[in-house]
Design a protein around this ligand. Sequence first.
Ligand code: NAD
Length: 296
Amino acid sequence: MMTVGFIGLGNMGGPMAANLAKAGYRVFGYDLHWDAQERLTEAGGVAAATVAEAVRDAEVVVSMLPAGKHVRGVYTGADGVIANAPKGALLIDSSTIDVDSARAVAEAARAAGLLMVDAPVSGGVGGATAGTLTFMVGGEQEAFDRAKPVLSAMGKNIIHAGGAGTGQAAKICNNMILGISMVAVSEAFVLAERLGLDAQKLFDIASTSSGQCWSLTSYCPVPGPVATSPANRDYQPGFAAQMMLKDLKLAQEAAQSAGAATPLGAQAAALYALFCNAGHADMDFSGIVKYLRGDA
Ligand code: NAD
């Protein structure tokens, strides 16, 4: 039975760790919140008192933390993962964080003789619970090959994106497309309303024309055309606007550091910041249509 140390047992990490326990891994988990640790115990795992204790006997370490500063804090330093994991352990960070932090921590692991991958996910809490997440993995081939069976216990699609940091790069590039396209689709529905074009008619035409995209056909921001859209449940998330803003900001940081021109990504980030600051941070990100319409 393989031993996994799991750090960060929140909305995503909790069900991911539970799926590892269900698949037969011995899971030692650590979180700052005791109730998160208790849920792991109920799911068949073991609560550890510190990061060091969680990873001491681990063959694989998985982390699911809020942001880059948490990942740097948990992995580096005398009490951290890198100093306390056994020689030969594989480290997997599945948090969505900035590319620079991902590469810095992977380099610290490499310097200590440990293999590491960044493996952010798509699929949300529903996918984490069902074990159907998509993992975008950055790191050496050997590390990917070792990570794949562990990730398969938590997800359905496991894709090797390239070297260290490219999993995070894939995640923020994808979500930048999503943020921009949701604004574009929302603008089109607002314009259609002003021009007297019925929303269902616009949907029927654009979804079979060149305007077709996921934000339109799978996640339509107005009520009616797509039954499963958050628009039909008053924009309950789903994917909260503040999470979209976090990812758009990460894309902007990365674009600045890499010297890439992303003017529409910058506009989308600015719009989502206004939307969140107007009190809608917890609304689904497709609620941006209400903001553009002038009624949010
Ligand atoms: P969350 O806030 O529910 O969970 C994070 C957990 O990390 C918390 O329980 C917190 O107590 C713990 N934590 C923070 N610092 C710690 C430390 N030093 N030591 C131990 N535990 C610590 O967040 P989440 O929704 O589970 O998201 C986690 C990551 O997954 C984020 O990077 C997020 O962007 C990404 N993500 C989330 C979703 C989603 O739908 N929630 C989807 C895709 C990706």
